[in-house]
Each structure stands twice: as structure tokens, then as C-alpha cells.
Design a protein. Sequence first.
Lengths: 307, 293
Amino acid sequence: MTTLAPPAVRVQEPTTAKSGRSGSVVWMAIPALLMFIAFGIIPLLGVIALSFTTWDGIGDIHPSGLTSWTAALKDPGLPHAIWVTFEIMILSWLVQTPISIMIGVFLAATKKYRGFLAVLYFVPLLLSSAAISITYKALLDPNFGLGAGFGVEWLKQDWLGDSTLAMGVLIFVVSWQYIPFHSLIYQGAVRQIPTSMYEASMIDGAGRIRQFFSITLPQIKYTIITSSTLMVVGSLTFFDLIYVLTGGGPGDSTRALALEMYQKGFMANLMGPASCIAVILVLSGVVLAQLLRRLGGRGDESMQEGV
Amino acid sequence: MATVTVSGKPAPSRRRSPLGRLLRLNWFGGALGWVWLFIVMIPIYWIIITSFKTQANYFITNTFAPPSDPTLANYKEVIENEIVRYFLNSVMVTVGAIVPAVLISFMAAYAIIRGIGNRFLRYTNSLFLMGLAIPLQAVIIPVYLIIIRLKLYDTLLAIVLPSIAFAIPLSVLVLSNFIRDVPKELFESMRMDGATEWGTLWRLAFPLTRPALVTVTIYNALGIWNGFLLPLVLTQSPDQRTIPLALVFFQGQFGVNTPAIAASVTLTTIPIVLLYAIGRRQLLSGLTAGFGK
């Protein structure tokens, strides 16, 4: 998402198109609008509607009031899936954020290796979650994988066969895939900090740790919010990775909300309750994004900075 | 920017630029940066060397040792397993979605910028901005329903249509930010020359927006090429498999034949790496050429 988006602040020019003339461009927005309504907005409203129906995915759809909601909320699988999702969200944030900031600060300060590192750091972003999961599955084989390769006994564990270890592996693979991206975001933010601030603090005799906490961190506050929003909201929708890497297992120990929804809907043919889970997913995303925005104490700008 | 002091002798610290000083002292972040690079590279190195090992060789040699007897047999096996078909499917889906998605997003972005003040366009823009927050996973069930009703289930078009829709919000955002920076005088002089908005769109805005178009194309192409959920839910027969789905099936089919799995992963990643390599250069040249005149 390293876009070429220009800075958000600009002088508002008088509108070039008078309302009479703008009629000639309005139609140009119609194809995109129709396409987005058909496969974005209608499905969004549709999922809410479907959560009040009973449907097996093949036959007719029957309106059934709150039946699906009752079924979905009574299912002990739901609180478990919410807990797993929460666990993934918090743990992956805790692992990714400090490492990304640290690497970002480093990348911002080095000129020599920045280009080289940025190119290689980008590689995990090119790969599909399916390819990544398949690779890690093979690499974590207790007999022929990582452990055997490095000759380290500790690495020869049944990584995906134990629920705690499987969760650890999941967090690690998520971090492997996304830390480089967040490091690049932080790198961009740190480079925006005026050097004069460091100069001033140096004259005041501040050490580097002091500088990091009293200049760098406060200055990249909004980037931290942006990056955290991407991490937190993104973690709600981890599907491919979990589906291929652990399949939600062992048992149901890594079955997060998106996977729970898929299995309910497309494996158990309970589209009604699955739609309820989807609604919960959308709401959680919106609420979390808003909460994080409040935390930043600033509006839309925080979403644009540094990305 | 950091002024790199070539000699090792300590310069008076006031003279060195603060960021450079930070680098010198930020040994922890530096170490972490290189360690993380190592961690990033391990699986990539491993998957490539393993793809050239024979199966027997894989089991007896060290996991991280290069193949003692490199072979292309794994690639041959993967290619014999219909990978070409899956590959073409992915190409068709990606191209079939990207081209219309970028074009209609570009038109919409142009309209939104040129028609500032128009209420309909303002609402359209807000709708797209809101769309940034809709996760594909959450609406997959109604999308599935729509695709069945359109009788498109188990076709490549089923993957293409939602892919286009979900590429639109971010594309419009990026492209409209870019078009907004085109100097107003250029639009004005086009108008003086009697050009229509449609003509201005293609002859002025399109070439000037090329860097952003390339960015948007690459970003969306990556997402669609690597897409997993849409093919999983909207197709069924092996004929319609795209690459990520095919990889998962290979994994089941090849079982313990890790080198063959490694070859399938490597082979299917090459086009993306190429696209990225080409795109990076185009991105830079587009930036300089577009505004050089």
C-alpha cells in the first residue's frame, strides 16, 4: 500500500467545474458505482438480511426471524472463536508493533542499505498466504524441517500438533508476512521527523534512549495508530493463512471467526448462523477502527499519514 | 539526510547529522533489521533449494544444504500436473479483473475530481471511502448467493466480478488523490482547445496519472492473483482452479513429496516477482517522464 498519495493538506481552489458543466462528467462514475453497489453494497445489506433467514446454501431461503441469531449465539463455538480471534489480534499486535518500530527507525537512519533492505523486505508481501502456509507447514516438519536443518533439538517439535505451539506458529507466520510492511510504514514516518528536533535535544544532552521515547515515539503517534488499525482490523479477516496452515486445529484451538463462519456456512450448510457471524465480523471491524481513531484524537488524517 | 562519514575516526558529534548519529547508536534496531532479514529469507531460500532436490536427496541431506545433485524433475512433475491450465486461469482472472477495475476506477476518480461540487459525485465518493472498510470475508455468503442466481457458479467470471468490485474503493482513492494534483491550467487549456471531458480524460489525465495507475494495477493484481477465498467458495471443478487453490490441492496430492511441493510454490511465485521487478522500474520512469516536460 505504498501509494503515491500526495499530502492531504492543500489549498482549496475554487471549483473548476460549475454545476452546469459537471453534468458531462457524472456518467463516468456510473460504471464503478454500479459495480461496487452490485458486489459490495448489496452483499453488505444482504448479509444482514440473510442473518434473519434459514438457508442451506442450495435450496430456498426462508425468512425465520431470530432463529439463526439464537442458534448462532447459543453455539459454544462462537465465544471460543471470538476468544481465538482476540488472542490472535492481541498477540500479533504485541509481537509486530515493537519490532516494526525498531526496524523502521533503523531503516530511516541508514541510507546505505535502505534500498537493498526495502526490496528484500517486500518479498513476503508478494507471496500468497496459501504459498506461505504450505511452505511453513513443510518447513516445520519435526523430522525433516527446520529442527533437523539447524540441528537444534528444541526446534524439532510437533509445531502444528499442539494447541499452544500452533497458536505461536500462527502468530509467527503473521509477523513474518507483515512486519516488513509495517517497518516500511514506520520508516516513512520517522523520516518525516524534522532533524532539528534531534539537534535541539542533543544540545540539551538527551541520550538516544531518551530521544527515542521523547521525540521519535510521540512524533510517529499517528502512524502507530494507522499501523495498529491495519493490524487489528486485518487480523479479524485472517482466513487463507489459518485455513491452509492449521485448518483451525489442532481441535478448534486456532479456529478464528472468519474460519468459523466459513465452516458453518459452506461445510455445515448453515448459512443463516454463518451470516450472523459475518455481521459480528463487520461490526467488530467498524467498532475497533473507531476506537483506535478516538485513541488518536484526530480524524481522517491519521489514516493517510505514512501509508 | 544522513551524511555518511567514511572514515572510522570519531567526528565531533555536533557535526554529524542527527539521523546519522541515531544510526550509529541504534545498534539494537540495526541488529534487529538484519536478523529479521535473515528470518524473512530462510523460508524463501529453503523453498528454492528444496525445489531442485530429488526426493531421496531431500530426506538424506541437511535441510538447508544446497542440492548435491540438482534436478528439474520436480518442475517437470508439476508441469505435467496441469499447472499450465491453473496458471492460465489465474492470468485470465487477474487480467480480466484488473483491466476493467482500473479503467472504471480511473473514470470515476476523474469524474470525482472534475465534478467537485456535484452532490451525486460527493455521495459516490463517500460510498467508496466507506467501502474501504468492508472486508470481503464478511460478505462472501451474499456474493455466493448472487453468483448462483446469475448462474455463474463454477466459472472464472464468478471470481472476476467481485474482484473488480473490491478493487474499486482503494483504486479510486489513490487515483483521485493523484488527478487532484494535475495543474488546473492544463485542464483549462484542453478546454480552450475545444476538447471534450472524454477527450481530456484520455489525452491529458491518463498519461499524467500513469505512475498512480501502475501502482494501483500492481497492488490489485497482487491481491487478485493471490486471492484464495473467492476461488474456494465460487468454483468447484478442477478446471476452474486458480493458482493458490491449486497449490493447496497439490499439497494434498504430492503428500510427502516436499520437493515437488516446493517446485509448485516456486514456479507459481515467479510471475509475481517478475511483475514486481518490472513494475518498480516503470513506476520510477513513469514518475520522471510524466512531469519532465
